[in-house]
Design a protein around this ligand. Structure first.
Ligand code: SER
Length: 583
């Protein structure tokens, strides 16, 4: 079964069980610089898991574009992916364990046709925080899984939380038995030898964890996640996701173009290329910080492995075409964005090729120094600096050193590298955690300020102004909008004055729910129309502003303080950017 068929079956199945299909949120979370990428289907739904009413109801289903970069260095083996698609269904205080398990079992066995004997499940064994999940086990038995294929494990295996704080709870996981022999008599779904492959995770999210411990949420939620590529791999009887239709054509092309046979490198190229395509498609661009840096790393690693395979880099365009071709059944929008995506990737590749050349020059300097000093080893810190400052890959340093009869202290380099990685991993975990915490008071003010600014810009510059993006931190806001020319000082002063005028009027901010078509008829602003379901939340600020938006917002504009434009500049062709603060 192809991935697209699995996705369609999934969404239809849950639709038939009274779930509303909601659109995938973008891979790059909006208005939330604290989170790098969307990492799970539940992430955009956190406010609703915590009790806020979702405009599409209590039973939801979707496919979610996800990116997880913690294991980026593992990519190349037979299972790790950075980008993946997660199919999910949610109960927001509606059904709980029994119905959730019954539906999962029905979907796996009836819709996907997986024989019941191939399914094993795990449940939470219980501890001081939460009791043993006998109910889940009972539900499995009722559904048709015999006791000997029901396992119990502790928090390490059967408890789900994103980061350190947030909604969480015991989970029950489903495993597919590949039929491989047990690695030992004790072999079980938690063992990781490859006999059992996890296929679905149903989290019974009825707790919230913070630094004070666990407390019960007001509602009992279900949050499930099923990895699409992995399911396609199993149903197609493949050993790795790189053999399914999403990757196979590109893997074949890479094989044809390579002079060296190295399957790990081919996987890295195919995988990193797909993730980069998806990030760029959702607006990401390479840079030296945060998301942009992840994209840069992916593209550099891809280029490096193309070099390793001795593929002529002139072929990159064709490889991108093939990758997009295999992906567009799942993501038709890739077709429209194709040229743009290609351009970004090829430009970055060209930059990296230059970096490599500069790195070689730097390397020569380093090598000369070492020789002049009468030594024959390049120190770890020097290798690391070449990597950090020039993006020069350590294995290149090693290779060139060898040619010149020099050694490299790779052992200590590895240590330095790991320390550095640990730091960045801690950084990204902190970010993920930060993103899941509820939006702070200051960010909420800025969020409302973007609506006022949008309205004021329209007043002053004209109706052609639409929001093109925004980014908020506790210190400032950034707002991108369509407008062809630099704003004059007079225009800026007028906009600033208008926003402050709206604030002084202390207008109430109203949250309304309505059908999308009605909202559009009323002339509501909407940045990403496709992103929203049929019923939408609209924020209304007097007669000044009406926007489709998930919130949160302040209650009255008077809470915002004083609005100040700090800068107005070009963002991209036809798009201007304003940086502003509230004082
Ligand atoms: N949040 C859970 C996961 O990511 C289930 O969707 O596995």
């Amino acid at each position: 079964m192809k991935a697209i068929e699995i996705r369609n079956k999934y969404l239809n199945f849950f639709k038939n069980h009274n779930h509303t299909i909601i659109p995938s949120a973008p891979l790059i979370p909006e208005n939330d610089p604290s989170v790098l990428f969307t990492t799970a289907g539940m992430q955009p739904l956190v406010p609703y898991l915590l009790g806020q009413k979702h405009p599409s109801g209590k039973r939801l289903t979707d496919f979610q574009k996800c990116l997880r970069t913690n294991d980026i260095d593992e990519v190349g083996d037979n299972r790790h992916l950075t980008y993946f698609e997660m199919l999910g269904n949610w109960s927001l205080g509606d059904y709980f364990k029994e119905e959730s398990i019954a539906m999962s079992y029905e979907f796996l066995t009836k819709e996907l046709g997986i024989p019941s004997e191939k399914i094993s499940v795990t449940c939470f064994a219980g501890d001081d925080d939460c009791e043993r999940d006998n109910l889940a086990a009972e539900c499995w038995k009722k559904a048709g899984i015999p006791e000997e294929r029901i396992y119990f494990f502790g928090k390490d295996d059967n408890w789900w939380i994103a980061g350190e704080e947030g909604p969480c709870g015991p989970d029950t996981e489903m495993f597919y038995d590949t039929g491989k022999p047990k690695c030992s008599p004790e072999c079980n779904p938690a063992c990781g030898c490859g006999k059992y492959v996890e296929i679905w995770n149903n989290v019974f999210m009825e707790f919230y964890k913070d630094k004070d411990g666990y407390r019960k949420l007001e509602q009992q939620n279900v949050d499930t996640g099923l990895g699409l590529e992995r399911m396609a791999m199993l149903l197609q009887g493949k050993e790795t996701p790189f053999e399914i239709e999403i990757f196979e054509p590109v893997m074949n092309k890479l094989k044809e173009l390579s002079k060296i046979d190295n399957i790990q490198s081919r996987r890295i190229v195919a995988e990193h290329l797909r993730s980069s395509i998806m990030i760029i498609n959702d607006g990401g661009r390479p840079s030296n910080v945060d998301r942009g840096y992840i994209l840069r790393r992916l593209l550099r690693r891809m280029t490096r492995h193309m070099n390793k395979l001795e593929i002529d880099l002139e072929n990159l365009g064709e490889v991108i075409d093939i990758s997009i071709e295999s992906l567009k059944e799942l993501y038709p929008e890739l077709d429209t964005n194709k040229n743009n995506i290609k351009q970004v990737i090829i430009e970055e590749k060209n930059k990296f090729v230059k970096t490599l050349k500069n790195g070689e020059k730097e390397f020569d300097k380093v090598a000369n120094k070492v020789k002049m000093a009468g030594k024959d080893i390049i120190e770890a810190q020097v290798v690391f600096n070449l990597y950090e400052t020039y993006g020069f890959p350590p294995e290149m340093t090693e290779e060139l050193a060898k040619e010149q009869g020099l050694k490299v202290d790779m052992k200590n380099y590895q240590k330095l590298f790991e320390e550095h990685q640990e730091k960045s991993r801690m950084g990204s975990e902190a970010k993920f955690k930060g993103g899941l915490a509820s939006t702070g008071e200051v960010e909420t003010k800025y969020h409302t300020a973007t609506h006022l600014l949008n309205a004021a810009l329209k007043q002053v510059l004209g109706d052609h102004v639409h929001q093109k993006g925004s980014n908020i931190t506790a210190e400032r806001m950034r707002f991108d909008f369509s407008h062809g020319a630099k704003m004059t000082d007079e225009e800026k002063a007028k906009v600033e004055e208008l926003v402050n005028d709206y604030i002084r009027q202390d207008i109430p901010v109203e949250k309304l729910e309505m059908k999308k078509e009605d909202a559009l008829k009323l002339g509501a602003e909407a940045m990403f129309l496709d992103k929203y379901g049929d019923v939408v939340t609209v924020y209304k600020i007097g007669d000044i502003s009406l926007e489709l938006c998930g919130g949160p917002h302040v209650k009255r504009t008077g809470e915002l303080g004083t609005f100040k434009i700090k800068k107005e500049e070009a963002s991209s062709a036809g798009v201007r950017r304003i940086k502003a603060i509230l004082e």
